[in-house]
Design a protein around this ligand. Structure first.
Ligand code: NAP
Ligand code: G4F
Length: 329
């Protein structure tokens, strides 16, 4: 195929997949996305693109597939002939990975191996982005964490991602494949899944302010995360695959806040006293909890000139205001 700007995205219907698709389409790419068969055809995060006749089946193509289905994945590669693969798919909830460890590990771990093998067999070079995570650092030995910080994961999800991260390094070193690990810290947006803590808080603050809910039940309020904007983080993914050398990069803000601080900021947007509405329930605690994660993004800042935009307060406000907007409809 003559057009080199051909991308394949696993996880196109997810938070990151949807923003990445918009970014790549803006840059003139042909984008192929793998979608699962579901009982409901509505794929809310990319529905606006699917309904656009200038985009859908012109520069955006959707292929049915599943990470467990290698023969179909190979066929999609044959049809789409991608030059860049963004592997984002898989069960991504850390808490749930304790409840469904086997499928989580298959999707986050083994599926990466399947894709690396497919990429190794391609006639043309394919640049491979792997969605690694700060969860690989687990019970951290240093703060902030860098690309060289040892992996000590503490959840089935973290273990599977650590396996996949190291496998990507092995394939890069052994076969010379262009494979990058983006070691991304938590990144959020109005498109975040509803059972992640930031979206859950933003949604509850908006609904309580409109009298639609009366309380917000949360787990550990003391854990701290390095929260950035998803829109900035998909830019980092693209930059990694444009560089002349494949490498691993931490993508983070370097700033860390507790869940409690997120709650305070969200309820401040709607001018309500959070203590009145927030309840604690140990049912949301994890068997093992990471109390504090914070990343050092010096390498990607220097090498790829990436930087995060906005502040923590801006992010919280954006998410709460988006929820308030939804309630108007
Ligand atoms: P997400 O919103 O949960 O999206 C996950 C995507 O994977 C969805 O498109 C989902 O499809 C798809 N998927 C799940 N299992 C699949 C399977 N068996 N076959 C095919 N597709 C499957 O996740 P995200 O926040 O966009 O994150 C993207 C990736 O980055 C994930 O791998 C996540 O682990 C990783 N990551 C995320 C963060 C973060 O803070 N967001 C940080 C570090 C790393 P359906 O729509 O059909 O469910
Ligand atoms: O929003 P969370 O579920 O995100 P978590 O566990 O940090 O994982 C996210 O970020 C990772 C990158 O660091 C990604 F790899 C992963 O795919 C995912 O995107 O929880 C954040 C914190 C945790 O400490 C959790 O225990 O919030 C705490 N928390 C407190 N109450 C809660 C709740 N988390 C959730 N989901 N729901 C609660 O009610």
């Amino acid at each position: 195929m003559s057009n080199e700007k051909v991308a394949l995205i696993t996880g196109i219907t997810g938070q990151d997949g949807s923003y990445l698709t918009e970014l790549l389409l803006e840059k003139g790419y042909t984008v192929n996305g793998i979608v699962r068969r579901t009982s409901n055809l509505l794929r809310s995060r990319i529905e606006h693109l699917r309904r656009d006749p200038k985009i859908y089946d012109k520069t955006l193509f959707l292929h049915y597939g599943d990470l467990s289905d290698t023969t179909t994945l190979r066929r999609i590669f044959r049809e789409a002939q991608p030059r860049e693969l963004y592997h984002l798919a898989g069960q991504s909830h850390v808490g749930l990975s304790f409840e469904i460890p086997e499928s989580t590990c298959d999707e986050a771990g083994m599926a990466t191996l399947r894709l690396l093998e497919i990429v190794r067999d391609q006639g043309q070079p394919v640049r491979f982005y792997h969605a690694s995570t700060s969860e690989i650092f687990g019970s951290v030995v240093e703060s902030p964490q860098t690309e060289g910080t040892p992996m000590r994961p503490t959840s089935p999800y973290g273990c599977a991602k650590a396996f996949a991260t190291q496998l990507c390094r092995v394939y890069r070193q052994s076969y010379g494949l262009f494979v990058c690990n983006g070691i991304l810290y938590n990144h959020e947006s109005p498109r975040r899944g509803e059972n992640f803590v930031t979206r859950k808080i933003a949604r509850a603050a908006a609904r309580i302010s409109r009298g639609l809910d009366s309380e917000l039940v949360l787990g550990n309020l003391d854990s701290k995360r390095d929260w950035g904007r998803a829109q900035d983080y998909v830019q980092a993914m693209w930059l990694m695959l444009q560089h002349d050398q494949p490498d691993d990069y931490v993508v983070a803000t370097g700033d860390t806040h507790s869940v409690r601080e997120f709650v305070e900021a969200a309820f401040a947007v709607v001018d309500l006293p959070w203590e009145k509405y927030v309840k604690r329930d140990a049912a949301f605690d994890r068997p093992m909890e990471l109390t504090r994660l914070v990343g050092c993004a010096d390498k990607i800042r220097k090498t790829l000139k990436w930087k995060p935009s906005g502040t923590f307060q801006d992010l919280v406000r954006e998410m709460v205001e988006a929820e308030l907007e939804t309630l108007k409809n």
